[in-house]
Design a protein around this ligand. Structure first.
Ligand code: NAG
Ligand code: NAG
Ligand code: NAG
Ligand code: NAG
Ligand code: NAG
Ligand code: NAG
Length: 412
């Protein structure tokens, strides 16, 4: 009997020991992966958002944001639930945030702007953007939802200064930003602008705005480096992507552009400003019915440079200016100072397809500065119009070409 009790006690002790060990192991596991664990969830609905498409939900969003941003542990998630439409007035979301430089935002539902220009309520004089994110590290925005800038009433009011139109989403000073799996429609102006951001990863975004909507660029980049744009479909009224001064190490791949105005470097050097753009790689992109394809545009009178730029493996389906360097963008009167942004080290490689205009290659460089080391390799651009030929135009362009249809005699 005594023996039996002893056995039972030892068995129980063993059991307790195993549990302790198991608990310890599990606990050790959590400690190791703690920073990667999901933190608290913040749904805009629990902050009073209605999602009825009428009530102003931006304050609920702001409160949820402030709590997520201040949340101490793990990766907080801010939810915008599926199946509803959340009306947002212009809103500003600011960092720095507490969580170990990460903060996740899941937009599954639809976010919409007020429908008419008069219904927009601004909190201060800064009317640049509808939703502005600034000073946030490790911001991730995804979720499959749609962001609708309701731009139609803005497009009518022109760009004459009486009615400066806002950007839909503006990111300023955001490090390690990730945007994916969202649809952006009908921004009053450009859909997304990235300014002073390092390390931005953009993928699987779809942009939709009418072909004739003014300045509705897909993505504008300025003063930023290490921006990666991959696998996006951009159908808008202006540039699919525009790369402006202060930008370097920008990789763009697998983007379907059109309708739109192409992938543009610039415009650079407006009002005599100095521009600096370098290390731009555009690969595996399609231009379908666009006003331009691979474009570099600079104003007269600027200075600085646009260099180390490559466009390769490009498919053209009847864009208007498949390959264009335009250093006489909006020319100033001839009397003004004729300096220019220096364009050099630009390569176009494996560019195939059709052009809607006969002048398929236009290298219109500055008369005073000229472009150097412009390289065309393996180009075949035929006319989309039966029986028409294509040709290349050069002005002060220098470099070389091999296997190019049309031939580019100025570079031979
Ligand atoms: C971007 O990165 C560079 C080099 O890593 C750094 O010098 C610069 O300060 C960063 N910019 C911002 C806005 O943090
Ligand atoms: C960007 O493109 C360049 C040129 O193709 C390549 O060397 C570089 O590795 C790319 N960077 C990334 C992160 O894909
Ligand atoms: C570009 O067009 C080709 C041919 O139509 C297609 O195979 C390819 O998937 C397209 N690429 C993109 C990025 O849409
Ligand atoms: C042209 O204008 C730029 C910018 O205003 C200035 O920096 C430059 O010195 C001017 N060049 C000449 C030759 O006047
Ligand atoms: C250029 O493309 C056209 C149309 O696809 C084709 O007929 C022609 O043979 C190609 N030319 C060269 C030099 O590859
Ligand atoms: C270049 O193309 C033009 C127009 O197609 C043709 O007239 C000319 O002979 C070509 N020049 C060379 C050097 O192939």
């Amino acid at each position: 009997m005594r023996k039996l009790v002893l056995i039972a006690v030892s068995f129980m002790l063993l059991l307790i020991a195993s549990f302790c060990l198991l608990f310890f192991l599990l606990h050790a596991g959590t400690d190791v992966t703690d920073t990667k664990l999901a933190g608290a969830s913040f749904s805009v609905d629990s902050y009073g958002a209605k999602g009825d498409g009428q009530s102003d939900d931006s304050q609920a969003f702001l409160k949820a944001w402030n709590d997520a941003c201040g949340s101490a542990k793990g990766t907080p998630t801010l939810f915008v639930p599926k199946g509803k439409a959340y009306l947002f007035q212009p809103v500003k979301l600011k960092g720095p945030c507490k969580p170990a430089s990460i903060s996740v935002q899941q937009i599954q539902g639809n976010i919409i702007a007020p429908e008419s220009v008069d219904a927009w309520k601004w909190s201060d004089d800064d009317k640049d953007a509808w939703i502005r994110f600034s000073g946030i590290n490790g911001l991730v925005i995804n979720g499959g939802g749609q962001i609708d800038g309701q731009g139609a009433s803005w497009w009518k009011c022109g760009s004459d200064g009486n009615c400066p139109r806002p950007t839909a989403l503006h990111f300023h000073s955001c490090q390690n930003l990730q945007l994916s799996d969202l649809t952006h429609i009908n921004s009053p102006k450009n859909h997304i602008s990235i300014n002073t951001c390092n390390d931005t990863h953009i993928s699987n975004l779809h942009f939709i705005a009418p072909e004739d909507s003014p300045n509705t660029d897909g993505i504008d980049i300025s003063a930023s480096s290490n921006v990666f744009i991959h696998n996006c479909k951009i159908e808008t009224g202006d540039d699919c992507v525009a790369i402006n001064t202060g930008s370097s190490f920008i990789n763009i791949s697998d983007v379907a552009c059109g309708p739109g105005h192409g992938i543009s470097i610039g415009s650079l050097g407006e009002h005599g400003e100095s521009a600096e753009v370098e290390e731009i790689y555009v690969r595996n992109c399609n231009f379908t019915g666009t006003q331009n394809g691979a474009r570099i545009k600079t104003w007269e009178g600027g200075s600085g440079y646009a260099r180390k730029i490559t466009f390769e493996d490009i498919t053209l389906i009847a864009p208007k200016n498949p390959i264009i360097i335009d250093q006489h963008y909006d020319p100033l009167p001839a009397a003004t100072n004729n300096s220019a942004v220096k364009v050099s080290d630009v390569t176009y490689r494996r560019v195939y397809g059709t052009s809607a205009v006969e002048n398929a290659i236009k290298l219109d460089c500055s008369n005073s500065v000229g472009c150097t080391n412009i390289v065309l390799e393996d180009i075949n651009i035929t006319s989309s119009v039966l029986g028409k030929d294509t040709y290349a135009f050069c002005n002060n362009a220098h470099g070389r070409s091999s296997s190019s249809t049309p031939n580019v005699t100025c570079l031979d």
